[in-house]
Design a binder for this molecule. Sequence first.
Ligand SMILES: C[S@@+](CC[C@H](N)C(=O)[O-])C[C@H]1O[C@@H](n2cnc3c(N)ncnc32)[C@H](O)[C@@H]1O
Length: 352
Amino acid sequence: MTKLSSLAEQVSALSPIYFHDSYERINETDDAFFYKTDRFVNHLDSLALQTVEDVIGSLIIEEKPVILDLMAGWDSHVPSWLKPGKVIGLGLNENELKSNKILDKYILHDVNRNPSLPFPDAGFDAVINTVSVDYMTRPVEVFKEAGRILKPGGLFLVVFSNRMFPEKAVKLWRNSSEDERVIIVEEFFKETGLFERPSLFVSKGKPRPADDKYASEGIPSDPVYAVYAERMGGNPLREKRPNVKIRFGALPSEEVIEARKKAVKNTLCCPYCGEKMSKWKVPDNPFCQTWDNDFMYICFNDMCSYYIRGWDVMYRDTNQGMSYRCMFNPVNGCCSPMPVPTPFALREGIIP
Ligand SMILES: C[S@@+](CC[C@H](N)C(=O)[O-])C[C@H]1O[C@@H](n2cnc3c(N)ncnc32)[C@H](O)[C@@H]1O
């Protein structure tokens, strides 16, 4: 057995990312063989894909960035407004890579067979890996390689959702909850010793687009998680990467929100989206005992930017798996956030 030199190493060795069977797969056949079959499909619904574009487009701020799409298919989700200097795709399906319009070049390379990436040190501004980290059997080695080929301060952006090819996803991923997967990816970053502290963006609970094949099943749009970090050694004076700006669910201006808040007791419209709020019966439970009124007004609009952004805000505030809706208290005249764990929560209290 390898000798573990420090307490930190001994503690990290207890993590499931180091368990001997964590990277077992149901289908252990050659990946090159599995991915030889063309799959010109969308791996997420259209709204989630728009969010992926927004994430990539917001976080890559370099001029004419040189980008590696690691584990690429036929679409790299790089928005046209980014104007990249060069995009290289690395993956396993030649037909898909050939038809990926944004790529200047593609390389067929199996990262599970050989995690060394065929590029020199410090040549990329950004490495993106979209809905594919679940298939890596040697993730820490691949993450180290991503660090090696990035320029100091360059971005490694790992985006994932909750869909997968289960037979090719590793056991660690299949057996983890969505929240645990975020921690797992953060650990991959930390274990390399090459990246700054990872940041997180979460998009959940948006309505599924009406034209989506699962629209009638009442499930929300696919969640999007982005865990990202900069290669250590970047210029500390350089402009900071901004927060992710999403097209769907952008907040109105502060002035509009304030004006609507002032008017809410007359309009009963949500200050954030302008939609009518629903009258809602306060339940008889210990959490609501501090309210002495029988009714509140709550915005149940699933398109409301306050609610849409709430998943991300709550996640960063360590309240994983929650968002909030805007609630107006007609007794004190104030609006406040009402936490919700799902898009369906609290609806039973709506008074028609
Ligand atoms: C779910 S698809 C995602 C494709 C693309 N990144 C996207 O966002 O649409 C998974 C991709 O990972 C690639 N892939 C899977 N296993 C791989 C491996 N061992 N080495 C390199 N690429 C791999 C496949 O070629 C496939 O395109």
